[in-house]
Design a protein around this ligand. Structure first.
Ligand SMILES: *Cc1c(COP(=O)(O)O)cnc(C)c1O
Length: 420
């Protein structure tokens, strides 16, 4: 029988490695599935070995190439987290990953680890509401400013906006596709702006929130990004039963984030990490099914007289410059749709209240289909005027498509549109 050690991860696809990679049954009584390492602390084999662990953990010395330091304490490291982190990193071909207690924990720790007082962060707009609040309200309290750009802003314009602040560019932070409009930001363009402001002493990191399409349909590290962040609550967890987050990239980018995590103490817990490990075994097939279902629902909406317009990446037409960017940057259209209903907010509310199979709830990426009203729910903080400029209109409805039978999803949407 083949042993784990016979498998070369370079030659296999991530979905083939999700049941084996990073765990050996002989480490745990032959268990085929990795156990949950529900422990606070770890016993050192000797005092000298314990001291050596601390030397490495505190950066007083580097681990030798073949040295496997013992585990110390579950705020620093825990096998359940490490197995999930090693497997998650495979999807984005990242060197390393760090798991967090939530997507917001991953995002805020990434920002705090790489930004310094006096910096400015250039952030795409719109971004997730919690991220928007943190960048625009919390970071300025620490003397970290921001400039905002969107899918229409050119590289020259971003360079001009940053230059006008007179501050050091500390990071470019991007969310693409944008929520809920599915507008795309050009990552290669952002990487060029980051390179423009980088110096020998300071590389400006490009961080990308890859929650919407990743890790199956978009790999930002291959397009010039340095850090990928996730709300693992969404597709990676995928069952609507946990909250978690992650940051991925090269060691130079992630090690400072992991160090900050150690002191903030916002790592995830062994049980949630174990659930993520279990969820990743079906990640590819869930996301493929969700994407196929979304195509069916989006096509149905496009042809419906009560629907004004549909924001769905699979509908971008060749010749549209957004189509070229989509083909270059994304591997699929994903499972997120938004559409403008005829009749504004009242019609949108009637539609949402009439759904049976779709649940009326925020969040996304779960096996169950969800529907919500961005203008008065997830995006209410920005206010009506700012929202309208971003395309978050009173008649906009957002759908997160699950793994149900596509005929049932289309029938539910059809019936609710009749009611609206
Ligand atoms: C949900 C979400 C977040 C926040 O993640 P939590 O796990 O809820 O903390 C960040 N970014 C995007 C794009 C999200 O959808």
């Amino acid at each position: 029988m083949a042993k784990w050690s016979d498998i070369d991860p370079q030659t296999l696809h991530p979905e083939s490695l999700m049941m084996t990679y990073g765990f050996r049954p002989e480490w745990s009584e032959g268990a085929a599935a990795p156990p949950i390492f529900q422990t606070s602390t770890f016993v050192f084999p000797s005092a000298r070995a314990g001291a050596r662990c601390f030397e490495i953990a505190y950066g007083l010395d580097e681990a030798k190439p073949d040295e496997q330091p013992d585990l110390i304490y579950s705020r620093l490291n825990n096998p359940s987290l490490e197995i999930a982190e090693d497997r998650l990193a495979l999807w984005d071909r990242a060197d390393t990953a760090a798991l967090f207690s939530s997507g917001m924990a991953a995002i805020t720790t990434t920002l705090f680890a790489h930004l310094r007082p006096g910096d400015v962060v250039a952030a795409s707009s719109p971004v997730y509401g919690g991220t928007h609040h943190f960048i625009e309200t919390v970071l300025p309290q620490y003397d970290i400013g921001f400039v905002r750009f969107d899918h229409r802003t050119t590289a020259e314009q971003i360079i001009g906006l940053v230059g006008a602040t007179g501050k050091r560019l500390g990071m470019i932070y991007v969310e693409t596709p944008a929520n809920p409009t599915n507008e795309l930001i050009d990552l290669q363009m952002c990487a060029a702006v980051a390179a423009h402001f980088s110096t020998t002493g300071h590389k400006v990191p490009l961080a990308v929130d890859n929650t919407f399409l990743g890790p199956v349909f978009q790999h930002p590290l291959e397009h010039g990004a340095d850090i990928v962040v996730y709300s693992a609550t969404k597709y990676i967890g995928g069952h609507g039963d946990l909250i978690a987050g992650a940051a991925l990239g090269a060691h130079t980018m992630i090690d400072p984030i992991r160090a900050m995590r150690t002191f903030v103490g916002n790592m995830t817990n062994p049980f949630t990490a174990w659930l993520l490990t279990r969820s990743m075994t079906t990640l590819q097939m869930r996301m493929e099914r969700q994407a196929a279902n979304a195509q069916r629902v989006a096509d149905f909406l496009r042809d419906h007289p009560r629907v004004k317009s549909v924001n769905y990446l699979g509908h971008l037409a060749p010749g549209d410059p957004r189509h070229d960017l989509f083909k270059r940057q994304c591997l699929g259209a994903g499972g997120m749709i938004s559409f403008e209903i005829v009749g504004g907010k009242e019609a949108a509310y009637r539609f949402l209240d009439a759904l049976h199979l779709f649940k009326l709830a925020v969040s996304l990426g779960s096996v169950d289909s969800l529907a919500e009203h961005p203008a008065t729910m997830t995006h209410c903080e920005a206010g009506e005027e700012v929202n309208a400029a971003k395309g978050v209109t009173p008649g906009l409805v957002r759908l997160s498509i699950g793994v149900e039978h596509p005929d049932d999803l289309v029938a539910d949407v059809a019936r609710a549109l009749e009611t609206a």
